[in-house]
Design a protein around this ligand. Structure first.
Ligand SMILES: [Zn+2]
Length: 181
C-alpha cells in the first residue's frame, strides 16, 4: 500500500531541491481540504488548482490559479449556498519581505504554501453568498391582520337609546307637568 499523492497535496516545498533546478518551474498540484478557513459568511471546503513554484536569486515566486470551493448561508433565504471562486496567485517569498506585499523567505528548508493560501482565500471568500441568482428569499410568512373583524362591532348599539337619556326624559316630563300645572 502506498500513500498516494501525499507528496503533491501537502503543499510544502523542499527549498534545497527547488534551488537545484533554479529557473525552472515546479508545478505543485493543490488538492487541499482546509478545515479552518472560515469567515462569518462562508467557509472554504476545498482549494483546487496548480501552482508554479520557481526559484529565483534569493527569492521564490508562486503563481497560478486556485478554485476555492465554498459554502455558506444564502444572504436571502439562509439555505446553504455553495459556489466556486477563482483566485489568481502571484506571490513572492523573499528576505526582509515588504509587509502586505511579499512573504518572508522561510528560515528552514521547507516552504509551506498553506499559510499564504489561507491568507489569500480569506480575502476572497464571498461576504454575501447567494444560493442562486433567482433566489427570492424566504417564503412569505403569513401573519394575517383581520381589520374587518372589529370594525362594525358597535354598529348594533348605534340606535340603542342611552339609558341616561331615559332619566332626562323623565325630568322633562316632570317639567312639562310643572308647566301645565
Ligand atoms: Zn437563497
Amino acid at each position: 500500500m502506498s500513500k498516494d499523492n501525499s507528496a503533491s497535496t501537502d503543499l510544502v516545498i523542499d527549498i534545497p531541491s527547488l534551488f537545484r533546478n533554479a529557473g525552472s518551474f515546479e508545478p505543485v498540484e493543490c488538492q487541499w481540504s482546509p478545515s479552518e478557513i472560515v469567515t462569518s459568511y462562508s467557509s472554504a471546503k476545498a482549494l483546487v488548482g496548480v501552482l508554479n513554484v520557481e526559484a529565483l536569486t534569493e527569492k521564490i515566486t508562486v503563481s497560478g490559479s486556485i478554485d476555492i470551493h465554498w459554502i455558506g448561508p444564502c444572504r436571502r433565504c439562509l439555505e446553504e449556498a455553495k459556489g466556486i471562486t477563482q483566485i489568481f496567485i502571484q506571490e513572492i517569498f523573499e528576505h526582509n519581505a515588504a509587509e502586505g506585499e511579499t512573504f518572508e523567505f522561510p528560515s528552514g528548508e521547507k516552504l509551506d504554501l498553506k499559510p499564504m493560501l489561507t491568507e489569500q482565500t480569506l480575502l476572497s471568500l464571498p461576504l454575501a453568498p447567494l444560493c442562486s441568482d433567482t433566489c427570492e428569499g424566504p417564503i412569505d410568512t403569513e401573519f394575517p391582520i383581520d381589520i374587518s373583524q372589529n370594525q362594525t362591532s358597535d354598529s348594533k348599539q348605534i340606535n340603542k337609546k342611552d339609558p341616561r337619556w331615559e332619566a332626562l326624559d323623565v325630568l322633562k316630563f316632570d317639567d312639562d307637568q310643572d308647566h301645565s300645572a
